[in-house]
Design a protein around this ligand. Structure first.
Ligand SMILES: *Cc1c(COP(=O)(O)O)cnc(C)c1O
Length: 387
């Protein structure tokens, strides 16, 4: 049974309080406005000086988005949050807002493909990076350079689901004068709290579990007011990848059921992963709670959500495609985190093919996002496709 922090359940439900004056609406009003008028010029000038939290112009702050921002900050135990048009919007603004030519970024383990593509693009502007495949803090430390300003991690990653000692990485980064950043999308704000382990900045793609219904794209950055403000003034306002108020409304609606959904995703995915682990056609299941001793559960991590991968015993990529095509209940689509189950093959398919990833994603890999069709029906579908 997945134990969540009871405080989080309340935060997810009472995210609407700040706009409660809207006639007792359960969800906040959608503030569909580009500008916000002030009574006096003095008031306008005052708010222009704190545009990161005051509603002046919706490229800076919008009241509906602000409710989501304060809710996500509270869930991640951070001081401040800004929401973005997408997870990549948050990642891009964070890197551009905090780095300058000559700086170095160290990526650890599995990293979302487009994040690495952006890092390669940044080389054109004199920002360099390396990727290290290790859990051991000394090895990670050995890969840092004098110019390393950001240590960027995902734990669990979204393909092979490696877990890192995120507190250890945060301490290492701090000792060496770098910031630690985690893409916490897979764990959601419910399953681990990186800021409590000393991580400086937490990034989410809201497009996955936070939204939860495959109908909205968004992102978020949470951390100290000082760091989030730096990203706000150096990149957020200037790049303009902002979250529209309707999307913020959808994500607040999604948050209301996030704890319930995560419990169900967790339970069903674990049952299906265990079934596949004992299946003759399956070589290996990549689920962080089915570790073979390699992936001890850190005390900071409450358990896994509904996303995992498995590798076929034989046949490689062509067979993986065939198995995916035989599945009836799993939609063939990118992304994950909705009510419907999804499948994607790893190797040679863009979203999972990490060009410079070592070790490479196994050829016969399928990644499943477990939805709410029911364990029995999904296992029956998988067994038939694997027969
Ligand atoms: C989807 C995803 C992103 C990018 O988020 P978008 O909202 O699609 O831009 C970043 N990191 C991880 C781990 C993701 O799964």
């Amino acid at each position: 049974m997945l134990e969540l922090d009871p405080r989080d359940e309340l935060i997810c439900l009472r995210s609407t309080e700040p706009l409660a004056e809207c006639g007792g609406m359960v969800l906040p009003a959608i503030a569909q406005a580009s500008i916000f008028r002030k009574e006096t010029m003095e008031e306008l000038h005052r708010d222009l000086a704190r545009e990161n939290t005051a509603s002046v112009y919706s490229r800076g702050t919008n009241p509906t988005v602000r409710v989501l921002e304060s809710t996500l900050a509270e869930l991640e135990r951070g001081e401040m949050c800004k929401c973005f048009a997408s997870g990549m919007g948050a990642i891009g603004a964070t890197l551009l807002g905090l780095l300058k030519a000559g700086d170095h970024v160290l990526f650890i383990n599995d990293i979302y493909g487009p994040t690495l593509e952006l890092a390669r693009r940044l080389e054109e502007f004199g920002v360099f990076h390396d990727q290290v495949f290790a859990k051991d803090i000394d090895t990670i430390g050995g890969a840092m350079r004098d110019q390393t300003r950001i240590v960027f991690m995902e734990s669990p990653g979204s393909t092979l689901f490696h877990l890192l000692d995120i507190g250890g990485v945060a301490t290492l980064a701090r000792e060496r004068g770098a910031l630690s950043v985690i893409d916490n999308t897979v764990a959601t704000p419910l399953l681990q709290k990186p800021i409590e382990r000393g991580v400086d900045l937490v990034i989410h793609s809201c497009s996955k579990y936070i939204g939860g219904h495959s109908d909205a794209v968004g992102g978020a950055l949470v951390g100290s007011a000082e760091l989030v403000e730096r990203v706000f003034y150096n990149a957020y306002m200037l790049m303009g990848a902002i979250m529209p108020p309707f999307e913020a409304f959808l994500f607040l609606r999604g948050l209301m059921t996030l704890p319930t959904r995560i419990r169900r995703h967790h339970e069903d995915a674990l049952a299906i992963a265990k079934h596949l682990q004992g299946h003759a056609a399956v070589a290996r299941v990549y689920h962080p709670q089915l570790g073979d001793g390699e992936q001890p559960l850190p005390s900071v991590w409450r358990g896994h959500s509904g996303l995992f991968s498995f590798e076929l015993a034989e046949g490689g990529f062509a067979h993986a495609v065939q198995v995916a095509n035989r599945l009836r209940l799993f939609g063939k689509a990118v992304s994950w985190g909705g009510a419907e189950s999804l499948v994607i093959t790893g190797h040679k398919s863009d979203p999972l093919a990490i060009a410079d990833a070592r070790p490479r994603v196994p050829a016969g890999l399928l990644r499943l996002s477990i939805g709410f069709e029911g364990v029995d029906a999904l296992i029956e579908d998988l067994d038939r496709a694997l027969a």
